[in-house]
Design a protein around this ligand. Structure first.
Ligand code: FES
Length: 299
């Protein structure tokens, strides 16, 4: 089912240290892609399946854009691939698309993205803007050294140029070297305290993509204010086949815990019914596995 046609890399460049953006030929995926979806990529015949969020796509050119953070063995190998190289296979689009619907004329949708959460947030925010919603984007980087897409002629700048006052961009960095010092939750908390208002408009919903810790912090923050919040749990998926069980998410429905798969039932979930306490302790284990795998391959 991987459709093992070689998928050529047409463009490739490093966005920031360890983060590579690629344009890959995948006409079938581009044709049916919707905001919030991902693909499952097999870099080489003997490689591992890696889920990657669709950062962008171009139906006419028959291409998709992927942003890959070199975290484990496979993603580091992918990031070494060059223009002209080909992936062994790309399957998709997969996952349920984002629920993008029109909000009130006076309302806004707040997005919070941490690091490589930005490529996942970008198509979703664009889809909201295209149907006329107002959007506030809070994008957090570790420091000025880790920035990408923020320049005037890069994606965020072009979004601003295209949609003008419909989109508000707010940047944060942990060390204060770019934008507001703090985390994405820093400006978000101010907005909630000011009466659930962003850019002078009531917040209709919050959409968050980033490391699990960040999504949990956003969820904990918005819950007491009753602001509907969606998290996209791409970052916990391992093979996106529905088989490995690594992406199990406990959610509370009708007082009972239901176990969902991020790669099948998601990647988006209502943040306020995710049982974060049962769910968070697992992440230490993933890091340990990645560490072992890296050692074995001496990368
Ligand atoms: Fe393996 Fe979902 S990522 S089952």
């Amino acid at each position: 089912d991987m459709g093992l046609e070689p998928q050529k890399i047409l463009k490739q460049h490093e966005l920031a240290s360890g983060i590579v953006e690629m344009t890959v030929r995948a006409p079938m995926v581009a044709r049916s892609a919707r905001a919030g979806q991902f693909v499952r990529v097999l870099a080489s015949e003997d490689g591992e399946l890696i889920p990657l969020t669709l950062a962008d796509w171009d139906v006419e050119a028959g291409t998709i854009d992927l942003v890959i953070q070199g975290m484990g063995t496979s993603t580091r190998l992918m990031n070494k691939m060059q223009v002209g190289d080909a992936f062994a296979g790309i399957a998709g689009p997969l996952g349920r698309p984002s629920d993008v619907h029109k909000h009130g004329e006076d309302e806004t949708v707040v997005f919070t993205a941490g690091g490589v959460g930005l490529p996942a947030i970008y198509p979703i925010s664009r889809a909201h803007l295209e149907i006329g919603n107002h959007v506030t984007m809070i994008v957090g980087f570790r420091s000025a050294d880790h920035l990408f897409w923020t320049g005037e002629d890069e994606r965020m700048g072009r979004l601003k140029a295209e949609f003008g006052e419909k989109v508000e961009l707010i940047y944060t960095s942990n060390d204060g070297t770019f934008g507001i010092q703090g985390f994405v939750t820093t400006p978000l908390e101010e907005m909630l305290k000011a009466g659930n208002v962003a850019n002078g408009r009531p917040i209709a919903e919050v959409v968050s993509v980033g490391p699990p810790m960040m999504m949990r912090a956003v969820s904990d923050l918005t819950k007491p204010y009753g602001v509907p919040t969606v998290v996209s749990l791409n970052s916990i998926m391992v093979d996106a086949t529905g088989m490995c069980g690594a992406c199990m998410v406990p959610v509370l429905t009708d007082g009972k815990t239901e176990r969902k798969h991020a790669c099948i039932d998601g990647p988006e979930f209502d943040a306020h019914i995710v049982e974060w306490d049962k769910f968070m302790p697992r992440f230490g284990m993933f890091r340990a596995q990645e560490g072992r795998s890296l050692e074995r391959h001496k990368l």
